[in-house]
Design a protein around this ligand. Structure first.
Ligand SMILES: [Zn+2]
Length: 284
C-alpha cells in the first residue's frame, strides 16, 4: 500500500524491518527509491504506482545493501541510479561467483525465500560529485556521505520538501556505522553524514528513514541528536542510554545484538588506532 506523505511523494512500508520504499512523481512519471523487499511487496508497489497512472522512469538506491538495491521486472527496464562508489561495491560483489549465497546468508529467515535477487544491484552509476539526480521530475539533490556504507546517499526532494535519509535516522534501528569497511574513521564519517542531514533540514518538512516511521522536521532534529549521541557513546566507550537499546519496541529486542556488535567492533578499532598512533610515535 502506498501512503501519500506530501504532494508528489508516497511511501510503501515492508512488513520486514519496516523498510521504506519512496515514490516521487510529477503527476505522470515516477522515481522509485529503494524498492523492497519481497516479491509480493514489489508487485504491490508496482501495481500501486500503475494504478495512480504513473510510469516508472527511474530508480535510485541509497546504498549498496541488499535491502536497498532490489528491483522487479514490473517496475520496468529503466536506469536505476546510485553513486559511483555504491555502483563499484555492487559490481565487485556481483563479480563473485557465489554472490547470491553471500546475500542469502544475511537475509532475515522469514523472508529469505521471497526476496528476488535476479535484478539485484544492477545500478547505473552517477559520475563522482553529481549533486542532482538526472531526471525530469521534482528536483532531487544528492547528499553523499560514507557513514553507514560506501557511497551512501540521502536525497533531498527539493520541491516536495522531503528528505529520504537512507539507513540513517531510524526510530527502530540504532545507527550502523560502517565499522567493517576500509574507512579510517567510520564514526567520524557517520557524524559528517549527520551534519549533512542537519544542513539539509531547513529545506525539508518531512523525512523518510530507511526503516521505521516517517517524521516531521522536529522529529528530524530529535533523531539527528539521538544518532549523534549514540555515535559519541560508541566513540567514547560509554554505556548508551539510547532508548532503541534500553527499551526497544516489542519485537525489536534483536537490535541489542546489533548494538553489542557495534560496541565490540568500535573497541577493536580504538585499539587499532592507538596501536598505529604508537607506531607513528616510534617512527618519529
Ligand atoms: Zn536498510
Amino acid at each position: 500500500m502506498l501512503t501519500r506523505i506530501a504532494a508528489g511523494v508516497r511511501v510503501h512500508t515492508s512488513e520486514c524491518i519496516e523498510t521504506n520504499s519512496t515514490v516521487v512523481d510529477d503527476g505522470s512519471r515516477a522515481l522509485i527509491i529503494d524498492p523492497g523487499l519481497t516479491t509480493s511487496e514489489l508487485i504491490d508497489l508496482a501495481s500501486g504506482v500503475s494504478a495512480l497512472g504513473l510510469e516508472v522512469v527511474a530508480g535510485f538506491s541509497t546504498h549498496p545493501d541488499w535491502d536497498h538495491a532490489l528491483w522487479h521486472p514490473l517496475l520496468g527496464d529503466v536506469p536505476r541510479y546510485g553513486t559511483a562508489r555504491a555502483y563499484d561495491v555492487l559490481e565487485h560483489l556481483r563479480a563473485q561467483p557465489d554472490w547470491r549465497s553471500q546475500i542469502a546468508a544475511g537475509l532475515p529467515p522469514e523472508i529469505a525465500d521471497d526476496v528476488p535477487l535476479h535484478l539485484f544491484g544492477l545500478l547505473t552509476p552517477l559520475s563522482e560529485g553529481t549533486v542532482e539526480l538526472p531526471w525530469d521530475g521534482p528536483s532531487v539533490r544528492i547528499l553523499e556521505h560514507s557513514g553507514h556504507a560506501p557511497g551512501h546517499a540521502a536525497l533531498l526532494i527539493e520541491e516536495c520538501r522531503v528528505i529520504v535519509a537512507g539507513d540513517m535516522l531510524s526510530d527502530v534501528l540504532v545507527p550502523m556505522p560502517d565499522l567493517y569497511g576500509d574507512g579510517l574513521d567510520p564514526l567520524g564519517d557517520y557524524l559528517v553524514g549527520l551534519e549533512l542531514l542537519e544542513q539539509a533540514a531547513s529545506g525539508a518538512d518531512l523525512f523518510v528513514p530507511g526503516h521505521g516511521s516517517v517524521g516531521d522536521v522536529d522529529e528530524l532534529h530529535a533523531r539527528i541528536a539521538a544518532d549523534r549521541a549514540y555515535i559519541h557513546d560508541l566513540r567514547d566507550a560509554r554505556t548508551t542510554a539510547d532508548a532503541r537499546v534500553t527499551a526497544p519496541r516489542p519485537g525489536w529486542e534483536w537490535v541489542r545484538d546489533i548494538h553489542e556488535g557495534n560496541v565490540e567492533r568500535a573497541a577493536l578499532l580504538r585499539e587499532r588506532n592507538v596501536a598505529s598512533d604508537q607506531s607513528r610515535g616510534r617512527d618519529r
